[in-house]
Design a protein around this ligand. Structure first.
Ligand SMILES: [Zn+2]
Ligand SMILES: [Zn+2]
Length: 225
């Protein structure tokens, strides 16, 4: 048996490992071990959240996982390990580089490639709700010092991670302001904090409709200082 010579590049198996009739490099060029399809990523133009099977805050690790989930690895590769590193990003795309390691027909491989994710802008359900005027609670700031509470309320809501932590609208009243909040939970949390600051807090509810036989209520939180 003679020494194998790669029919494509002329190197021998003394110089480089082989896979079948070809040297490893030529084999991988002829049979790319991954199938790249165009990967799309939905991005909300309003809040920047991304869709990775569910809507979530922009997160590099989640984007990398989304890419990984969309790259098809050839069945030839045994023990595949895929690593994705994100690169340049602009309004339309996110570049990435990948390294695939594994074994093909007993020969270890390391295959490097790069690709692009295309951003598709689509409003997330939270922003759609917000735009539609959705709210679950109304914080009613009253009293002589209501203005002191106002900044506190807006600050605290904006710091919450809850996707419904938004203010739908604000309506000035004769002796204060009504703040319409997307999330009951967030509104209650803010109210608790204001109570600690010395404000008087009162809750009341109004049934707006029924869903599956259960009443859907809106919460009114009167906060006085
Ligand atoms: Zn070759
Ligand atoms: Zn959004």
């Amino acid at each position: 048996m003679g020494v194998k010579v790669c029919p494509r590049c002329g190197r021998t198996e003394k110089e480089v490992p082989f896979i079948g009739f070809f040297c490893r490099d030529c084999y991988l060029e002829l049979n790319p071990p991954i199938k790249e399809s165009e990967i799309k990523l939905k991005v909300c133009p309003t809040c920047g959240r991304i869709f990775v099977g569910y809507w979530t805050e922009f997160d590099l690790t989640k984007v990398a996982k989304w890419i990984k989930d969309h790259i098809k690895i050839s069945n030839d590769v045994e023990k595949p390990i895929l690593t994705i590193t994100l690169g340049k990003e602009d309004e339309k795309t996110i570049e990435y580089r990948g390294i695939l390691t594994g074994v093909i027909q007993g020969t270890p491989i390391e295959y490097r490639f790069s690709g692009t994710v295309r951003k598709v802008y689509e409003q997330c359900p939270y922003c759609a709700r917000r735009a539609g005027g959705y709210y679950e609670a109304v914080i009613q700031l009253r009293g002589e010092r209501w203005k002191e509470l106002y900044k506190e309320v807006i600050d605290r809501i904006s710091k919450e991670k809850d996707p419904k932590a938004f203010v739908t609208k604000e309506v000035p009243r004769r002796e204060g302001i009504d703040i319409f909040v997307g999330s009951k939970k967030v509104a209650e949390k803010v109210a608790k904090k204001l109570k600690q600051l010395g404000a008087k807090v009162k809750f009341s509810y109004e049934q707006v409709t029924e869903k599956d036989g259960k009443p859907v209520t809106r919460e009114f939180i009167s906060i006085r200082l």
